[in-house]
Design a protein around this ligand. Sequence first.
Ligand SMILES: Cc1cc2nc3c(=O)[nH]c(=O)nc-3n(C[C@H](O)[C@H](O)[C@H](O)COP(=O)(O)O)c2cc1C
Length: 183
Amino acid sequence: MTAPLQVDTRALRDALGCFATGITVVTTSNLQGQPVGVTINSFNAVSLEPPLILFSLARRSHCLPLFEAGQGFAVHTLRDDQKAISNRFAFSKDDPWAGLSFELDARGCPLLSGVLSIFRCNVEQIHDGGDHRIIIGRVIDFSAEVEGEPLIYFRGRYRGLSPGEEARAEVELEVDRDIWMSW
Ligand SMILES: Cc1cc2nc3c(=O)[nH]c(=O)nc-3n(C[C@H](O)[C@H](O)[C@H](O)COP(=O)(O)O)c2cc1C
C-alpha cells in the first residue's frame, strides 16, 4: 500500500496555479437580507441536462452557513477590467458593496452589473471536499454578453487575454498576492 503523500501545501498551490481559470463573484444574501459576496475561481460547469454548476468554498468561509441553509445564489463571471471587484470580494476589510452597482432578484439575491455572464442558481447538493465544501448549483436562469473579454487568474496573478493587459494586471496584484496565497 502506498503511504499518503506528505503535501507541501505551498508547492501544491503553485502547481494548481498553473491551471488558468476565469474569476467569478458568487453572491447571495444573509438571513437579515443583506448582500453577501465572495470571489471564487473554482467555478466549473458540471451538466447541461439538468443544468448544474459547481464551486468549492473554504470550510472557514463566513458564507458557508448561508449555502448550507439553502440560500439561492448567483455566479458572475468577471471582465478583464473588473480586478477591483475581484479584490473587493476577496480582501476587503470594508463593505465590498459600497458604491457598487447591483440589483436584487425576486429572491433578494444581489446581481452585479457589467459582468460577462450571470448564472442564478439554487443549491442542489453540497459535498465534503477536505478543507473545502463542494457546492453544486442548479441553474434556474442565466444571461451572457456576446462582447467582452474575461479576467483570468494564472500562477497567483491576474491576467488578460491581451499581452498589455497581462503586464498591467501583474503590477496591480503584487501587493495582494501573499494575502490570497494564505487561502
Ligand atoms: C482570484 C481568487 C480566487 C478565489 N477563489 C476561491 C475559491 O474558489 N474558493 C474559496 O473558498 N475562496 C476563494 N478565494 C478566497 C476568497 O475570495 C476569500 O477568502 C474570501 O472572500 C474571504 O473570506 P469569506 O469567505 O469568509 O468572506 C479566492 C480569492 C481570489 C483572489
